[in-house]
Design a protein around this ligand. Structure first.
Ligand SMILES: [Zn+2]
Length: 554
C-alpha cells in the first residue's frame, strides 16, 4: 500500500512513479564513481544516503541567497566523486636521490604513507609503493615533509597555470604521478586528509565526513570542534606507527587549519603508546583568530607569531590596492571569516612554519622525522570568492612562494637531497556554476521537500554530501532509504527554489531539469563487492572517469 494513515497525516512510502531504481542510478554513475563512494562509506559516520549532484551542480552550504536569480552567491562546496574534485597530483621530490620522471598509471593518495614509510624503513600498511624501495637504503632521509594544498587539485592548477612556477619546478625535477586521485568520495577535507595519513579509505579509518554521524547520534564535526580530538579515527597513521616503532624519539608535527587535517599526521596522545606531537592549528577567534590545539593531546609551540604580526601583514595587503581602508579588493580584512583566504594569512602561517623548521629538532638525529603542512587558503578562498576569481590566483601564488621558502629552509638546515618532499592535494574545486552551466541546490529546501513528500519528519540533516535520516522514524512508518534515494533522483531545479523566486522568469526546461545524477542508500553501498562494482561499467558522465590518463597542464 502506497499511502497509509497514521493519525493526522498521510504517510507516503513509495517514490514517485517512474523514479529510477538504485541499480539504475549506480549504472549511470559507473564503476569509478561507485567504487569511490563505497570506499568512502563507513556505517558509523557516513550519511544515510549519499547524494551526487549532476556534474557542474553544487549543493550550497553557506546560504541560499540568489537561488534562481542572477545575483548568485559565489560560494560552493566540493564533496562530489567527479573527476574535477577527485584528480590531484602526487609528487616525490629529493634532488639527487629520487630520479625525475612522470608516470601515468592510475594511483591514489592512500599509497603515500606506505611509500614514505618505506623510505624511513618501516613497512606500513599494504598495497602499492610509489618509489623504488632502494632510494634511501644507504641512509634514510633525515626528514619527510608532506605538503597538501587544500583544494589544490589539478583543476585549480589548470585554471591558474602561471601561479605555481615553483611547484612546476618540483614536478619537473621530482617523480610525478599525473593520473592520481584522492581515492574516495565524498571529497571532503577530514576524510581525505585521513586517507593521506593512514593509507586506507574511510571505510576502514572511520572519518567519512567533516560533518558526520557521531556516537551519540548527533550530526556534527567528527573532531568535536575545538576539542580537536581524533578519537573517531580508528587506525594508526604513519606518524603514529613510526613514533611508536621508535619509542616516540621521532619528531612528528604539522601546521594546518582547524582539526580536520590531523588525520594526515597522527592521533597524538590518543594513539596507543602515542605522545603529544606538535600541531599548530588555527581557529577564527578571538579577534582575527589564533593558533591553537587541544594541548592534552598535542603540543602547541610557544614561539608562534601573534595577532600583531598578522595585522602587520594585513596592513601590507590592504595598501596594495592603493587605499589603506581595511579592505583588499572589496574584502573586509577585519573579518575572521575572510582573513584565512588572503595571501597575508599564507605569510602568517609561513612565518610560523619557518619558525618551526628553525627551532624544532627536525632531522637532527638518525631517526627520520615527519613534518606535515596543510595550506588552507586555496580552499578557503575557493569557498569564499570561488576558484575562478582573480583573488584565487594571488593566493595560489602566495602558497607557491611559501613552498619555495620551505624547500630552501630545509635545504639549508638538512642539506639538499637529505630529505624528501611529498606533495599532493585533498581535492579539486568547484567552478562557479555560471561558468559551467550548473545550478545551485539548497540542502535545507531538499530536506523540507522530502519530509513534505513522504508526509513525515524523517530528515535529520542535509549536508553537501548527503542525507542524515531519522532511521527509527522511517522504520516506524515503513519508509525505506531506497524510496528516499529514488525520490531524490526525481528532484527538479524548480522543486528547490525558495518560495519568493519568480518562476515565470525561468524557462520551464530549466525548472524541470533533474539536479542529481543519483542518490545511493547506505544499505546499498555497504553490500557492494568488487565484482558488482566492476560490473557497472563506465557510466553516463564523462566526469565519472577517474582512471584514464589525463593531459597535465604545462
Ligand atoms: Zn579540503
Amino acid at each position: 500500500m502506497a499511502v497509509a494513515c497514521t493519525g493526522e497525516s498521510e504517510v507516503q512510502t513509495e517514490p514517485p512513479q517512474g523514479a529510477p531504481t538504485v541499480e539504475e542510478m549506480a549504472g549511470e554513475l559507473g564503476t569509478d564513481v561507485v567504487r569511490a563512494l563505497a570506499r568512502g562509506y563507513h556505517p558509523d559516520t557516513s550519511t544515510d544516503i549519499a547524494v551526487i549532484p549532476m556534474p557542474g551542480n553544487t549543493v550550497v552550504r553557506w546560504s541560499g541567497e540568489g537561488l534562481g536569480s542572477d545575483a548568485a552567491d559565489p560560494r560552493t562546496t566540493h564533496p562530489t566523486p567527479w573527476d574535477y574534485h577527485q584528480r590531484v597530483p602526487i609528487v616525490f621530490y629529493a634532488p639527487g636521490r629520487i630520479a625525475a620522471g612522470r608516470l601515468e598509471g592510475p594511483v591514489d593518495i592512500t599509497a603515500i604513507p606506505r611509500t614514505l614509510g618505506a623510505q624511513a624503513g618501516l613497512a606500513f600498511g599494504s598495497g602499492q609503493v610509489l618509489l623504488d624501495h632502494g632510494t634511501f637504503l644507504d641512509a634514510p632521509p633525515k626528514a619527510i615533509v608532506t605538503v597538501v594544498y587544500d583544494g589544490g587539485g589539478w583543476n585549480l592548477l589548470e585554471l591558474w597555470p602561471e601561479a605555481w612556477p615553483f611547484l612546476r619546478q618540483v614536478m619537473d625535477r621530482g617523480l610525478l604521478y599525473t593520473n592520481a586521485t584522492i581515492g574516495s568520495a565524498p571529497a571532503v577535507t577530514t576524510a581525505i586528509h585521513a586517507n593521506i595519513g593512514t593509507g586506507v579509505y574511510p571505510a576502514t579509518h572511520g572519518l567519512a565526513e567533516i560533518t558526520g554521524r557521531r556516537p551519540d547520534g548527533s550530526v556534527g564535526d567528527l573532531y568535536f570542534e575545538e576539542e580537536t580530538d581524533p578519537r573517531l579515527l580508528l587506525v594508526d597513521t604513519l606518524g603514529d606507527a613510526w613514533d611508536r616503532e621508535n619509542g616516540n624519539r621521532a619528531w612528528v608535527g604539522m601546521i594546518g587549519y582547524e582539526a580536520w587535517h590531523l588525520g594526515m599526521m597522527s592521533r597524538g596522545a590518543r594513539a596507543p603508546g602515542g605522545d603529544r606531537d606538535v600541531a599548530v592549528l588555527w581557529r577564527d577567534e578571538p579577534g582575527l583568530g589564533e593558533f591553537f590545539v587541544n594541548e592534552e593531546l598535542y603540543e602547541l609551540p610557544d614561539y608562534l607569531p601573534g595577532e600583531d604580526d598578522l595585522r602587520e601583514r594585513l596592513r601590507g595587503l590592504d595598501a596594495e590596492d592603493g587605499a589603506v581602508d581595511g579592505f583588499w579588493r572589496g574584502w573586509d580584512l577585519e573579518d575572521p571569516k575572510v582573513v584565512p583566504a588572503t595571501p597575508a594569512f599564507v605569510e602568517h602561517q609561513g612565518e610560523a612554519l619557518l619558525e618551526m623548521i628553525g627551532r624544532e629538532p627536525i632531522g637532527q638525529d638518525d631517526v627520520t622525522d615527519f613534518l606535515h603542512v596543510e595550506l588552507k587558503p586555496t580552499d578557503f578562498g575557493g569557498h569564499l570568492w570561488n576558484m575562478v576569481a582573480p583573488e584565487e590566483e594571488v593566493v595560489l601564488r602566495a602558497q607557491d612562494d611559501l613552498l619555495r621558502s620551505l624547500v630552501s629552509a630545509l635545504d639549508r638546515k638538512l642539506g639538499r637531497g637529505e630529505w624528501v618532499l611529498a606533495y599532493t592535494a585533498d581535492h579539486g574545486q568547484t567552478p562557479k556554476p555560471e561558468t559551467t552551466g550548473g545550478v545551485r541546490i539548497h540542502p535545507d529546501i531538499l530536506g523540507r521537500r522530502i519530509d513534505e513528500y513522504f508526509g513525515a519528519g524523517i530528515v535529520q540533516k542535509v549536508t553537501p554530501s548527503g542525507l542524515f535520516m531519522r532511521r527509527d522514524a522511517m522504520e516506524d512508518v515503513g519508509i525505506t532509504l531506497e524510496a528516499v534515494a529514488r525520490f531524490v533522483a526525481t528532484y527538479r531545479y524548480g522543486d528547490g527554489l525558495p518560495a519568493d523566486v519568480d518562476r515565470s522568469a525561468i524557462p520551464p526546461a530549466e525548472l524541470n531539469r533533474r539536479v542529481f545524477a543519483g542518490a545511493l542508500p547506505a544499505t546499498y553501498l555497504a553490500d557492494l563487492d568488487d565484482g558488482a562494482i566492476e560490473g557497472l561499467g563506465p557510466g553516463a558522465h564523462a566526469e565519472g572517469d577517474l582512471t584514464s590518463p589525463v593531459p597535465v597542464p604545462r
